[in-house]
Structures are given as C-alpha cells and as structure tokens.
Design a protein around this ligand. Structure first.
Ligand code: DWN
Length: 408
C-alpha cells in the first residue's frame, strides 16, 4: 500500500493528520460465508489537511485493482440516483449544446446509468470504468464501456481513434483519483475547445457540518472544497466556469471546467468566501470535527447498548460502504444488529467486512418486527422511509446518524 508524503494538489509536505478512523477493511468488500472465516485485510484510515491549498486527503492509497474489483456501488438500484442522472443528462445536453450523434464520455461510468440517459437523448456514449463486473453489465445493456482507469495515455488513444469531445462527465470519481495531474492532463487532451467537463463530488463543508465521517473511506482519496478545486485549476490549463451545491449523497458540489477563459459564475467567488468564513482553511476546524466524530460515536454506541440492555431488537438498513465505516469505527456487530436489510441482490446472504453482520433482502425486514432500524444509507433516507411506510405495518423507530444523531 502506498503512503503519500506530499499534497496531491500543491505538493506541500506539511500535512496535518487530524483524524484516525483506525484499521478498517475495504468497505465495499462484502464477504461470503467461507470468507468470514479467513484472514481479512485491514487498512489505516488517516485523514490529512493541507494548510496550503486546503485539500483534505487520505494518507494511504490502496491499489485500484484491489479496491474496484467486484465493485459494489450500483447507482441504478436507487430511484434517487436514477432521477438525479436523468435531470443531469437533460441539463447537460442543452448546456454543452449537444447535437444528435455527438459523443459523450463519462469517466467512472459504473453501470452506465448516466450514459443510458444521454443515449436516450440521441448521443453516442462511451463509458470508462475500472470495475470489470460493472463495465460488463453496462456493455451488456448496450453502453459502450472501456474497462480502465482514465489516464492521459487513454485520453490520447481515444482522441486519436475518435475525436475530441464537447462533454466529459465524472460523477463521484474525482475523489477516487490519486494522480490528479495525469487525470486533468487527460481532460485537457480529450476536451474540445468549446467543450465542458462536469464533475460531481461530496462537498467537504457538508461533510464537516453534518459529521458525515462515514463517507471517509479508502476509495475516497480526496475531500474537495471549491477552495481546493480553484487552487488545482490555477495549476492547469482549465478554467473554473460554474459551481452548484447539490443535496445528493449528503451534500455534493457540481463543478464545470472549460479550456477557454470566459465569464466565471460569481457563485464561485461567493462559495470560496463562504468556505473561508466556515474555517475550511483553518486546522482548528478539523480538530473540532475530529472531536464531533468521537462524540457521535459515543452517542450512538451508548444508545445502542442501552437499547439492547432494555431487550429491544435493532436491525440495520442499507449495507452501504459508509455503513461499514460506521460499523467498524463504532465496533457495532451482531451483538447489536441482528442483520442488515438491503435491496441489492449481489449483497444478499453475504456479510459486512470487519464486523461480519449478515445481509438479507429487504423482504426479510418487512416480515420481521424489530423495534429499531439503524439507517446505514442515510443519503437515501427519504426514499427508504417511503418504502418502509409502504411495506411495514409494525411499530418501529429509525436511528439516524446524519445530519445529526436522532431517533424518529
Ligand atoms: O462515492 C460513492 C458514494 C456515491 O457512495 C461511491 N464510491 C460509493 C457509494 O457508497 P455506498 O455503498 O455508501 O453507496 P450507496 O449507494 O449509498 O449505498 C446504499 C445502499 O443502500 C446500497 O447497498 C443499496 C441500499 N438501498 C436499499 O437497501 N434500499 C438503497 C435504497 C435506495 C433502498 O431503497
């Protein structure tokens, strides 16, 4: 496993290690009944702050081959994500002035959910994703997908074989990129002069504000603010053109970059100023955040322990990567949660990494009568609670950890 010694953006070597989530298994590494009896790999999760460009980043890098083989994040399984991607595709066809047959490239295309909508709007599409299982599924659905990490070299080949493109998207990918220089040199090669790059990623001020520490895991190498992105772009031949805050995934930022300097969205300067006021450039902010994380762990584990002592039953809902970070950091096992219900067949009858909690189909929960449900996929709280209302006649309470710890 590699360890960084300098900031991914500005190469500063003076990095402040403000949070240690402890040895943690890869959160998407679900285990079958044989694997839970085998040795498991745990990796440190130390979080660093760069006081020069304000990038928050992980100190350790797990090889993508290990992280993304049999990747378990499948956006098409959620109506929230499908609606989000439909709206995004519709908006970008107009914004990028796309004509039928134009090529759209999605980096980190996953199961092709976003590209399917561009295809419906008449575009030619190309996905790029290192996860063989998901890329195969996308190709099977007619979404042409290269099984690869996006690199400058790949960009050069695509430009030679095809042409430069008017639109490149990358949703929930930038955080996963170790070599940001190579990535953006690839964007510069592939993007046409009038083209736009649109990226989305979890937004650091939201993560801090809502104590979303469980979104800190091995595949998310960087935790971006507009301040850090702005610093990065000033080092590249790309221009920060637009910014937009989004509610998705607990709070995200949508950014638009271009190759030509043009009218910059005044929202960018406003957001950078907002971040400065929120202390995004100050180490004290991260020290306070680290204390909030410990406080949340105490609140949650005390409640769970007291509730179990009273004889109540608790189950989990949403076997998500973030859920596995929460479970491992708080040491929540089958002594607390009888099982976790989840909608993804790939995860059914498997076990969570580290704490080995069994995962069952949602219908198991609907036929059961637990007293409490710990919502481990809080980013889909509305969708899941709607589902529970429709399928669950029994009296129960929901335990939420974000945007704050509460019982509803
Ligand atoms: O960056 C990333 C963000 C977007 O989240 C990815 N790298 C990884 C991903 O992590 P995740 O595993 O936390 O993803 P999800 O999609 O937030 O996990 C949600 C889990 O909840 C899934 O396993 C599906 C499940 N679910 C369910 O059981 N019933 C979801 C919905 C909407 C439901 O109704």
């Amino acid at each position: 496993m590699l360890k960084i010694t300098r900031c991914r953006i500005c190469k500063n070597t003076n990095l402040f290690n403000f949070l240690q989530l402890g040895p943690t298994p890869i959160p998407n590494g679900f285990l079958d009944s044989r694997q839970i009896h085998e040795a498991e790999k745990f990796y440190r999760l130390d979080v660093l702050f760069c006081n020069k460009c304000s990038l928050v980043q992980l100190s350790q890098i797990i090889p993508p081959k290990i992280m993304f083989q049999n990747y378990a994040y499948i956006p098409s399984t959620s109506k929230t994500m499908q609606s989000h991607f439909f709206t995004l595709a519709k908006k970008l066809v107009e914004k990028a002035n796309l004509k039928k047959g134009n090529l759209v490239i999605d980096i980190g295309s996953n199961d092709g959910t976003l590209l399917k909508y561009f295809k419906k709007f008449g575009m030619e599409v190309l996905g790029i994703d290192p996860s063989e299982n998901l890329a195969k599924a996308a190709n099977h659905e007619g979404i042409n997908t290269e099984i690869a990490m996006f690199t400058k070299k790949l960009a050069q080949r695509i430009k030679t074989e095809r042409r430069q493109v008017k639109l490149i998207t990358a949703t929930n990918v930038l955080a996963h990129i170790n070599d940001l220089d190579d990535f953006f040199e690839g964007i510069e090669i592939l993007l046409s002069r009038e083209g736009i790059f649109v990226g989305e990623f979890p937004y650091l001020p939201d993560l801090i504000e809502k104590t979303e520490f469980d979104t800190i895991y091995h595949e998310h190498l960087s935790y971006f603010s507009a301040t850090a992105i702005n610093y990065l772009l000033r080092l590249k031949r790309l221009f920060f053109r637009e910014v937009e805050r989004l509610p998705i995934h607990g709070g995200s930022l949508r950014v638009t970059f271009c190759k030509t300097n043009g009218k910059q969205d005044p929202g960018i300067a406003k957001l950078i100023n907002f971040e400065s006021i929120k202390g995004i450039k100050s180490p004290e902010t991260y020290i306070a955040f680290s204390k909030k994380v410990s406080g949340l762990r105490y609140q949650l584990t005390k409640f769970l322990r007291d509730t179990r002592i009273k004889g109540s039953r608790i189950v989990g809902y949403g076997a998500s990567a973030k859920g596995n970070i929460m479970l491992n950091y708080c040491r929540i096992g089958t002594d607390v949660l009888d099982y976790i219900a989840d909608s993804i067949p790939f995860k059914h009858y498997k076990f969570t990494p580290g704490m080995h909690i069994p995962i069952f189909p949602e219908k198991t929960l609907y036929q059961d009568k637990p007293d409490y449900i710990l919502l481990l996929a809080w980013n889909f709280a509305d969708e899941i609670m709607e589902k529970l209302k429709g399928n669950f006649k029994h009296n129960y309470k929901i335990i939420l950890t974000s945007p704050s710890f509460k019982i509803i």
